[in-house]
Design a protein around this ligand. Sequence first.
Ligand SMILES: CC(C)(COP(=O)(O)OP(=O)(O)OC[C@H]1O[C@@H](n2cnc3c(N)ncnc32)[C@H](O)[C@@H]1OP(=O)(O)O)[C@@H](O)C(=O)NCCC(=O)NCCS
Length: 198
Amino acid sequence: MADHARGVPVPPFRHKPTLAGELALLRPTTVNDVAALLPMLHDPEVARLTGSHDRDGFDEVRLRAWYGSRVDQDDRLDLAVVERATGRVVGESVLNDWDAGNESCSFRIAFVPGAHGRGLGTEATRLIVGYGFEELGLHRISLEVYASNPRARRAYEKVGFVAEGVLRDALLWDGERVDAVVMSVLAPEWFEHRGRAV
Ligand SMILES: CC(C)(COP(=O)(O)OP(=O)(O)OC[C@H]1O[C@@H](n2cnc3c(N)ncnc32)[C@H](O)[C@@H]1OP(=O)(O)O)[C@@H](O)C(=O)NCCC(=O)NCCS
């Protein structure tokens, strides 16, 4: 018997959608994506921009276990970003840190080297954040972006993320301290602009 037929609430993240845009297609991440995502996970520039100090978990066995189990998670949504023009997996986009009581979650995204700056990030962000508001019924989606990452911030602003505060000196990278900017979109804002804020 299905959970909903037993009266058990079905976590909204259990369903894993495929979301299609003009440039990008987002679909559930699988173990088969590890090879395509490795260049992203090992890219020093992605590490800097995402503030990833601890890279010990990036051996292939652990990565296969991680990506192979994303489809079974019922409290988060991990989608691979596929470039439609080439069919290539160019990155991942994630809704995580679900806070059911407050109808909120976090968002993050990263691409392999060479996939940046072609509009894929803006569109992928718009697709998964739109899904969060329009299908999952979330009220708030938030993220943190380092002050050293104006490209990501620009993509987020285009989709409607609003800067709401600064975590001063949040990151120490190569001897330099970097602020993190907290950004969010709220559901009423989303339904005004549907991810086309700028
Ligand atoms: C963040 C990321 C997903 C964005 O995706 P993307 O495909 O590169 O972004 P887009 O091409 O859609 O948009 C980038 C925008 O930033 C602008 N931009 C690029 N470099 C910039 C800079 N130095 N300063 C300001 N804006 C910049 C681009 O012109 C574009 O804006 P426009 O469309 O108005 O011209 C991608 O760059 C990435 O994976 N980066 C590495 C990992 C990362 O930073 N993850 C996010 C951590 S918070």
